[in-house]
Design a protein around this ligand. Sequence first.
Ligand SMILES: [Zn+2]
Length: 588
Amino acid sequence: MSKCKFYEVRKRDGAARIGKLSLRGGNQLQTPLMLRVESLIEKKNEEETWNALRGAVLLPEVHPLFTKVKEAIPSLRVNFFVLSFACSMLNSPRDFVRRIIDARNEIPPDVALWVPAIATVENAALLFYMGVDVIDDTNAVIKGYQSIYLLEEGEVRLSELDDLPCNCSVCSSSSIDELRQKDNKERTSLIAKHNTLVLEKEVKKVKERIRIGNLREYVEMKVKASTFLTTVLRILDIDEEEYFEYRTPVARNQCMKVNTMESLKRIEVKRFARRVLERYEPPARKILLILPCSARKPYSTSPSHAKFIEAIADYRGHMHELILTSPLGVVPRELEVIYPAASYDIPVTGYWDAEEREWVSSCLRAYIERNLRDYELIVAHLSGAYKEICSSVAEKLGIEVVFTCEDGEEATSKEALDSLKEQIAEVCGERKRLSGYEMKASVIKAMADYQFGIGAGNRLRGEEEGERIKITGKFPSYKLSLGGGVLARIVPAYGLLALTVKGALRIEDSISSYKVEIGDFVPKGSILAPGVVNAGEQIRVNDEVVFSGEKAFGVGRAKMSGWEMLESRWGVAVQVREVEKDESKTFG
Ligand SMILES: [Zn+2]
């Protein structure tokens, strides 16, 4: 194999990447990549290879033939990192986690990580999810020579099969009986070939998942077939939160599917819950109204929420609405468009298990504790498990909550809605409707705070003397403008607020954490990592960022995390949306 010139990461989905390995001589390879062990080892005869490979797995560093693989490696070393003694990882889930995460943390982001000799069809997706870029078929081939037939969800001995459950070229060209009749050498080599082919297919599937941005859902599904791999994922979710926080995009144009217990532990869920506490200020209202979530998102567009809103319409100006939901905990009405609040799906049975209850309760409790002083009264229009969660939190905090649904009554029933209307009218007295402008402005403010930190929202929408801010557009595609120039608009597909240069200039003091300093050039289309001089540590993939340099300033979307922009020599750091070549204006 020719020498590797450079490795460029093209697309990220959490720690997983699609990248391009450019080899000297002009060849290119794409990661996630499966190397074929045959192409790495000079075979003398099959028997020797097989023995050597078996040895390789048992004693990766000392077996003579494995050193031949290693001899092939130094020429790739610069942009390739090979994890040695990888096989020992298979002894314990903790080692599996530690070895890969440590390696990934030690090497620069634009160096490909190769974990040799351990990949199977079962564990490949998890390996790539953790940040491995290259695997090989050593393990698959060895298993073939041991008459172990790999399936997508595990493995089985050939003797246990009655048929070949596969359509690869090997399995479709002979029946299981024909395969059994072949001599040992030929039979095992065919199984090895099948194993390599299914592993290769798995790598292709993972690549597409990364491209689409839903590898996590696939990994949750795959690990279910193995206790070892489920343990690995659980350890990752508990112990490696920071590792994934630094790598997980802030928004996606994908629905987050919450179908397993592991889904509750996703970074996206934890990040949302944390930001509701740290980057959200409720509007000043005297009543907190807690509502249940709906299947349709954003909640406002659902039939149930249309009914709730109708019931409280005359008094909505007195109220702050908070939606109770699993797995996000609590979603303030103003943040219902933000990712993942506007795009998650969870099976609804009415039954909540203990872990889910505990997590959602902790989110509600933390929210109330933090914001209690702002409210005179808390009204909960909740039934079933939602009501149970809310009343247990109220009890723990020693606060009074007015419940508007009787036990066993649906929140959307006429009785419950009438009761909601009556209670609200009684408490509020005077009618106070919420103006369309007020609604829209509170959404823009909350989204700006959520994305850039508290303060950004008020600066963006706040009116100075003589100014007239306009908000136009139909929910949720709001557009904020001033004097005919657009400041920001909501991009519903990603649940993000996108700034214009004019908008960015208006709030520049509040978005220093999302600033990218660039060199002495005017970017066109994109800013590459080597052009970045400095970048905010909080920046994540798909974050809105502001860039400035001596010759240009503008706005765009981050394509890598801030730390990665600084550590990478290759790749697109920022996709430019708007750039101005004005040398007199620079950010502070
Ligand atoms: Zn097959």
